[in-house]
Design a protein around this ligand. Structure first.
Ligand code: FNS
Length: 491
């Protein structure tokens, strides 16, 4: 036990104790290692840091990673509640817009969720979720690439009964899309990723659990029901023993797929996010301070545990420590796709991390065309399951990917926006919208089941041209203008 008065004495870099969930911890030695920099911890030195801690960290992270001799025990005495920060006029207006947001019945597609999110989420959460690297050219190209592919529908097909279910990694799924791994769910919703879990379960959709979740891995798995399939996204830790423990624990908990992220040996510079981080210390996800090696850029701070030495020679080790199907998340060219087959991995996810990593990385739908051609040329197209993600906002995007040979697709930001603006109901509503769009578009293209979709149904003539203008997301804004909704009464 330790008194609150005693904790209060340890409020500096030389001796830094904080209170989390009623217990005290000595973080003095940990300060220089904190991925989010020292400043945020020092702000709460000697005090209760629970409120700032919770949106960013899984509950069990301290137990998992802080040496036991730094755990100082229960705090006795009255723990002063963190003084409520005064509500700025901007924050007041934002909360009003949130209260006046349209009913779910007025949300007709994923862009509507994005529009409401843009106007109602905290600046921090919006910046972190929406941002892409550098000038956000790849972010926009991801979505725009789908508009270069046109359909060649077949008619006079009896499409009375349409089945949009499929199998991914050997698991049946009601739809050929899944909720992909995106970090820091509690930035957008106080409960975090478990909201996605509950929505995915209700609607029979697979969820990929992120390494950098706000909720702990076990909280997310515990929130699932037995009928639900979950996959895991893994950032490989420099300490392979830590990675081995995480992977084998996931397998023991029933996870059905291991997606190893291979496109982020260092996190990209998401400048919109970095700009806001200096405002609100509550989510210092990428703030660097003098202790972090600035020469590597601020993003280095959050990704300091990720192993940049990860390479093909590690694949056999992963195959030796788990029986889960192994998928490489972030493959971006045909050469690596062929190499993945040679290394006998179970799948590849063609992805540029939602445009948050290498700027000018090509949209995954474009890479899919290149990869499937290379696999077919070798007769290897059935040796591996190919997934894509990035910029998928409509069922037509999903259908184009399936026509071109993808087994399924991952959707990221739309689910974050749906969760952040309408919680579990929003997640379920988005899934239902996409299911309805899927069914309608399958009928209109002349397909009754996923297996009917094939390359002859799409026209790829302009897929390899890239858009010139980069200044603004013309398409997205226009869509919003056409669909201007009486969003915020009185605003
Ligand atoms: C939107 C978003 C994406 C993140 C993401 C966080 C956010 C907010 N994070 S990140 O903090 O490192 O960038 C992850 C992550 O933890 N690990 C990962 O493999 N992909 C991460 N991704 C990429 C994600 O898995 C998909 O590749 C991407 O979201 C697909 O693009 P859309 O958002 O356009 O659907």
């Amino acid at each position: 036990m330790v008194s609150v008065e005693e904790v209060a004495k340890h409020n500096s870099k030389d001796s830094c104790w904080v209170i989390l969930h009623g217990k005290a911890y000595d973080l003095t030695e940990f300060l220089p290692e904190h991925p989010g920099g020292q400043a945020i911890i020092l702000k709460y030195a000697g005090k209760d840091a629970t409120k700032a801690f919770d949106p960013i960290h899984p509950r069990d992270v301290v137990d998992k990673f802080l040496d036991k001799d730094k755990h100082l025990g229960e705090v006795t005495g009255e723990i002063a509640a963190e003084e409520e920060e005064e509500v700025t006029p901007e924050e007041k207006a934002r909360l009003e817009r949130y209260e006046n947001r349209p009913p779910l019945s007025q949300i007709f597609n994923s862009f509507d969720f994005e529009y409401v999110a843009r106007h109602t989420m905290s600046p921090n959460a919006w910046a972190y979720y929406s941002s892409g690297s550098d000038d956000e050219i790849t972010v926009r190209e991801n979505h725009r690439a789908f508009h270069k592919i046109w359909f060649r529908p077949r008619v006079l097909v009896d499409v009375k009964n349409v089945d949009i279910s499929t199998t991914m990694l050997g698991t049946k799924s009601s739809v050929p899309f899944y909720i992909t791994a995106t970090a820091l769910g509690k930035l957008g919703h106080p409960e975090g990723e478990v909201v996605l879990t509950r929505g995915a379960d209700k609607m029979d959709v697979i969820q990929m659990i992120p390494t950098l979740a706000s909720c702990s891995f076990d909280e997310i798995v515990d929130a699932a029901t037995d009928k639900q399939t979950q996959w895991m996204q893994l950032y490989v830790n420099m300490d392979r023993e830590v990675t081995k423990k995480i992977v084998q624990h996931a397998e023991k908990r029933g996870v059905k797929g291991l997606f190893i992220t291979v496109d982020a040996p260092q996190l990209g510079r998401r400048e919109k996010d970095m700009r806001t981080k200096f405002g609100d210390p509550g989510a210092q996800v990428q703030q660097s301070d003098d202790s972090v090696d600035r020469s590597q850029g601020a993003a280095r701070a959050i990704s300091s545990f990720i192993d940049p030495s990860l390479s093909w020679k590690d694949i056999p080790w992963f195959q030796s420590i788990t029986k889960m199907p192994i998928i490489l998340k972030g493959v971006q060219c045909a050469e690596d796709a062929l190499k993945a087959v040679e290394y006998k991995v179970d799948g590849i996810l063609l992805s540029n991390h939602g445009g948050r990593q290498l700027e000018f990385a090509r949209p995954s739908i474009e890479v899919l065309v290149e990869v499937m051609a290379a696999l077919r040329a070798k007769g290897w197209q059935d040796y591996i399951e190919v997934y894509i993600d990035g910029g998928i906002r409509r069922a037509t995007d999903v259908i184009k990917a399936l026509c071109l040979g993808a087994k399924g697709v991952g959707i990221g930001r739309p689910f974050l926006y749906a969760m952040s603006t309408y919680g579990e109901d929003g997640v379920c509503h988005l899934i239902q919208l996409l299911k309805d769009e899927m069914e309608m578009n399958m009928r209109l293209i002349g397909a009754t089941k996923i297996e009917d979709l094939n390359p002859s149904m799409v026209d790829l003539k302009s897929i390899f041209t890239h858009s010139a203008d980069t200044a603004r997301d013309i398409l997205g804004e226009n869509v919003y203008q056409h669909m201007e909704m009486p969003l915020f009464k009185g605003s």
